[in-house]
Design a protein around this ligand. Structure first.
Ligand code: SF4
Ligand code: SF4
Length: 366
């Protein structure tokens, strides 16, 4: 908490962050800007009056971290938003009703997307292998239920590359949504159950195709539990490392596409060149949106805002789709893939959105 107070106090109100913020750009509402979100957290912290719009400002931030790339005093605004949500929960002002329903779904069905647990492995392209391994391919809710090609094509690409891993029938959820909603006591309990389960299975490494799972396991678990005794890697990095030794494993298939940098991979992990290299080894001509890598626009699905503030979130996706040249976009994030696909369909924008493993698998199978 001391660190949060210091960080808020270090804001010089220079306003450098304002124009980088998609929620401020779209709404023109000052409360929905980075600088004002800091001030809102300060008010919550001091026990001041918190309006409904102030609560909204902390829950409608997709935590895209665009503001953090421009802030001259390097304030971790997205982490302060997290702290603010936590305080709202302590004061009985959060989670929001819709958020509570998603959390109930996680506790009841083991996933955040209201999927039928009996159908979780519908994406699996073969009978479930029962092999044991120290490495768990943890697919995540989005790939398991809504972006099944991300699950099946990551599974097959890893298999073709000879990477040893196991999967779980009743995988459950990483619990990121519980953390994002600010319910840390419940998140702690939920996280601990996953850790105990992985430990009892002898797991040492996790491979995840989902950036939400990556961030949750890599940062939220150690923050909440004090440690996370497993190595966690994004599937793009695992595939890249495997292919790098011999890019000729990938057949070159001519195509032109735009690579979209997901916030959590590009700004969060600095993973920008590996997916581009992989795609070019597959024979693709890789193009960029005007703003790319660290400056890439957010698709509007992070931080739980797609479920809570659909219109704002869709507007962000729509702007991004219109900014991208060509008719095919590739993402290494199932959240972006789902959000951009749904928006392209809903807004009748002619754009194909592909999860990156599909391109790799095509080139491995050719
Ligand atoms: S994380 Fe993104 S949406 Fe949230 S305040 Fe920063 S720039 Fe705005
Ligand atoms: S850029 Fe940083 S210091 Fe400047 S107003 Fe924004 S948060 Fe404050």
């Amino acid at each position: 908490m001391e660190r949060i107070v210091d960080q808020i106090a270090s804001c010089t109100e220079c306003e450098e962050c304002m124009e980088s913020c998609p929620t401020y750009q779209i709404t023109g509402e000052k409360l929905f800007s980075p600088m004002h979100r800091l001030q809102t957290v300060q008010t919550v912290l001091e026990g001041g009056t918190v309006s409904e719009q102030m609560v909204e400002s902390l829950y409608n931030c997709p935590k895209c971290m665009a503001c953090e790339t421009v802030c001259p005093v390097e304030i971790k605004i997205s982490q302060i938003v997290d702290a603010g949500r936590r305080m709202l929960v302590q004061k009985g002002l959060g989670p929001l009703e819709r958020g509570k329903r998603i959390i109930e779904g996680i506790l009841k069905k083991g996933n955040a997307v209201n999927g039928d647990p009996a159908k979780r492995l519908d994406w699996l392209p073969e009978a479930r292998p029962h092999q044991e391994s120290e490495t768990l391919l943890f697919l995540g809710c989005l790939p398991s239920y809504l972006v099944k090609d991300a699950a099946s094509d990551s599974y097959l690409a890893l298999k073709r590359l000879g990477i040893d891993y196991m999967i779980l029938e009743d995988e459950g959820c990483c619990g990121t949504y519980i953390y994002e909603a600010g319910d840390i006591d419940l998140a702690r309990e939920y996280f601990q159950r996953n850790v105990d389960r992985f430990t009892s299975l002898g797991i040492k490494n996790l491979i995840v195709p989902c950036n939400g799972c990556l961030k949750c396991f890599k940062y939220f678990y150690p923050e909440v539990l004090g440690e996370f005794p497993f190595q966690v890697s994004h599937v793009v990095k695992v595939i890249y490392d495997a292919v790098k030794k011999d890019p000729s494993l990938l057949d070159k298939m001519e195509r032109s596409l735009v690579y979209h940098d997901a916030c959590r991979l590009a700004r969060g992990e600095g993973i920008t060149e590996e997916p581009r290299e992989l795609l070019s080894w597959c024979g693709a001509e890789v193009k960029d949106t005007e703003l790319n890598r660290e400056q890439a626009p957010c698709c509007g699905s992070g931080g739980g805002i797609r479920s809570l503030y659909r219109d704002l979130s869709t507007e962000m996706a729509s702007r991004l789709l219109k900014m991208a040249p060509g008719d095919t976009m590739v993402s290494a994030c199932p959240f972006c893939t789902f959000q951009l696909r749904a928006t392209a369909q809903g807004k009748e924008i002619n754009k194909d959105v592909v999860y990156f493993s599909t391109i790799v698998l095509d080139s491995l199978q050719n």
